[in-house]
Design a protein around this ligand. Structure first.
Ligand SMILES: Cc1cc2nc3c(=O)[nH]c(=O)nc-3n(C[C@H](O)[C@H](O)[C@H](O)COP(=O)(O)O)c2cc1C
Length: 579
């Protein structure tokens, strides 16, 4: 019998440090966060994360990035164990997101003469973050910093990967490219390097989808800059997860392929937000993730740092424009107001728009902007998302589903054209493939979802397993990542129509799909439908990416049949270009 509540415990619930020499004069201080809350957007899986920092010792000493504030004592002790911090000459800030720059203030207290090196935007953000004077050096693409002993650091601009102020740093002596968020993964284990590609792959892809896909064009641009170093890069020192050494070509190749595909999308939605203001970052990421599930291209643009020409160019290309309300007063509000002006000047009645609140405490009011855009006769994609409290996971689910809805709206006519263009005979023949009828139900924390499915077939005896094909833009897809648990409810012939009808309803974003349906919780927490013929408790073991579906392989933990004599409802179709 299975335990009452099945949870997959992380390897160890703890914070620890790993200190490791990775090349000549180069040491990594990896903060291992085994138990990072999986409910941040990019933490779909359950493998914790790491925050990687690096010391390079030439004649001068440079520190690249720091760590999350939760590692304050552990990190500073580890740093002191390696060097006398007062000897740090440079602190290179790859970007200012707090999980990498959260301890810069602490390091500066120990190394007050250190020069902080970063992009212009990063230095401006840092002033807000640490509220104290510091020595600084603003660097641009192609500029170098010579640490001595051959350690010439060359900087590459990589804006929007995934913050607006990102730079990469290449050490010409060790051939290490420091990329911070790019090429990372939320994957915590003792391996400093990418020893196990198969184990790393699902996290690597999921992280890409959440953080990089909304900036696919920026990934392509950054990789063009990297091409200049072609053949030279031996190691990619990421800010999260294992450093890439064994699979550099394979994994950068994946980034290139995914980003090229996404930036080639014909339809584009621009999502304007303000990084590090209220919940703007994560709300916009959730919307962007939902849009990107439909195959529509997305570009996320920080209102504070984007220049007018870029804003203008993106608005003119975009079919949809989403705006997260920026702060109405204080530092940066002039820039954001100017950017809003540029957006308003660039939109026209052919565009679709949507607004959301950032919940930063001082948001520009939403209604005047909504009215202005409606006066300009833009189409409303969704009614404004108003955030009245600290966002819950359910709100983020609503945001993601809102994004998916918008993407589907924008792609609808293309989809219909495609279906019409298919060969009728072939479609009829394919339609003779038939299968059972099932409802998949899943619940994670306060997020739950369901869908009617028929593309299901048993796939293994030992362990007991089956596959289900889940369209990439299904709401429940986010709850079916590797390691996730769900219930497969098997419908009964003659008794299936009410459930089928219910779950085929068009649910608005964030709707409760179980309202009016009798359920009870399974051991794994997902709802079992009281009127199903049988159910299976399942875990996602692996996923294979296909053009428009994920083929999800699941193993079965437990199950029961309600009526021995009844049979499974079967779905007979007319054509193969629909379910
Ligand atoms: C008979 C039938 C079988 C279906 N089987 C599947 C399936 O196997 N996989 C899938 O992704 N969608 C399948 N669908 C589509 C979804 O169940 C349906 O579109 C649902 O409303 C999903 O809504 P959502 O995208 O908002 O989650 C099927 C639909 C029908 C009518």
């Amino acid at each position: 019998m299975i335990a009452a509540v099945q949870t997959k415990e992380p390897v160890q619930k703890r914070l620890s440090m790993q200190i490791q020499a990775i090349a000549e004069d180069t040491t990594t201080l990896r903060s291992l966060d085994w138990d990072r809350d999986r409910f941040d957007i990019e933490f779909g899986l359950q493998n914790g994360t790491t925050y990687n920092s690096f010391i390079i010792r030439g004649e001068k000493t440079a520190l690249i990035d720091t760590s999350h504030a939760k590692f304050r004592e552990l990190y500073i002790d580890a740093l002191k164990g390696e060097i006398d911090p007062s000897e740090i000459d440079y602190i290179v800030v790859s970007h200012t997101e707090p999980d990498h720059s959260g301890l810069i203030k602490d390091v500066l207290a120990l190394a007050p003469d250190a020069v902080v090196v970063g992009a212009k935007v990063a230095i401006a953000f840092l002033e807000d973050l640490i509220h104290q004077p510091f020595e600084r050096q603003i660097v641009k693409s192609g500029e170098t910093l010579d640490l001595g002993n051959g350690h010439v650091l060359e900087f590459l601009n990589a804006p929007n990967l995934h913050w607006p102020d990102t730079i990469f740093t290449f050490d010409h002596k060790t051939s290490i490219l420091y990329t911070c968020d790019a090429f990372g993964a939320h994957y915590c284990n003792e391996d400093t390097f990418d020893e196990d590609l198969e184990a790393l792959s699902p996290d690597f892809h999921f992280y890409y989808e959440c953080l990089m896909a909304p900036n696919a064009r920026s990934v392509v641009s950054a990789m063009k800059r990297m091409d200049k170093l072609e053949g030279e890069i031996k190691t990619i020192a990421t800010g999260h997860g294992p450093l890439l050494r064994r699979n550099v070509e394979e994994l950068t190749g994946r980034y290139r392929k995914w980003s090229q595909q996404k930036s080639d999308a014909e339809t584009l939605v621009a999502v304007f937000y303000v990084s590090d203001y209220g919940y703007s970052d994560r709300i916009s990421q959730s919307i962007a993730k939902g849009i990107s599930k439909t195959g529509v291209g997305v570009e996320m643009i920080d209102l504070r740092s984007a220049d007018a020409q870029d804003v203008n160019e993106i608005v003119s290309r975009a079919t949809g424009v989403i705006i997260g309300m920026p702060p109405s007063t204080g530092k940066g509000s002039e820039e954001t107001r100017a950017a809003l002006g540029t957006i308003l000047a660039g939109v026209n009645s052919k565009k679709t728009f949507g607004l959301f609140e950032s919940y930063g405490g001082d948001d520009e009011p939403i209604d005047p902007l909504q009215n202005k855009l409606q006066d300009l006769e833009l189409k409303v994609a969704f009614s404004p998302i108003r955030v009245k409290d600290t966002p819950s996971e359910a709100l983020y689910q609503l945001c993601e589903e809102t994004g998916t809805d918008l993407g589907q709206q924008l792609e609808q006519s293309k989809k219909i054209k495609k279906i019409k263009a298919l060969d009728a005979d072939l479609q009829k023949a394919l339609g003779r493939i038939s299968s059972g009828l099932y409802i998949i139900t899943a619940k994670k924390a306060d997020v739950q979802s369901a869908m009617l499915a028929s593309w299901i077939t048993q796939a293994s005896f030992e362990p007991l397993g089956f596959t289900v094909a889940v369209a990439k833009d299904r709401a429940i897809e986010s709850l079916m990542q590797t390691g996730d648990r769900f219930v497969l409810n098997i419908l009964e012939e003659g008794n299936h129509l009410p459930l089928m009808k219910h779950f085929l309803k068009r649910f608005p974003p964030g709707a409760d799909r179980f309202a009016g349906v009798r359920t009870r919780p399974a051991y794994n927490g997902s709802p079992i439908l009281a009127d199903a013929l049988a159910y299976l408790e399942c875990e996602v073991t692996s996923r294979m990416e296909l053009s428009d579906h994920w083929l999800v392989y699941c193993t079965v933990d437990d199950g029961k049949v309600a009526k021995d004599e009844a049979i499974t409802a079967v779905h007979h179709r007319k054509v193969g270009n629909y379910y």
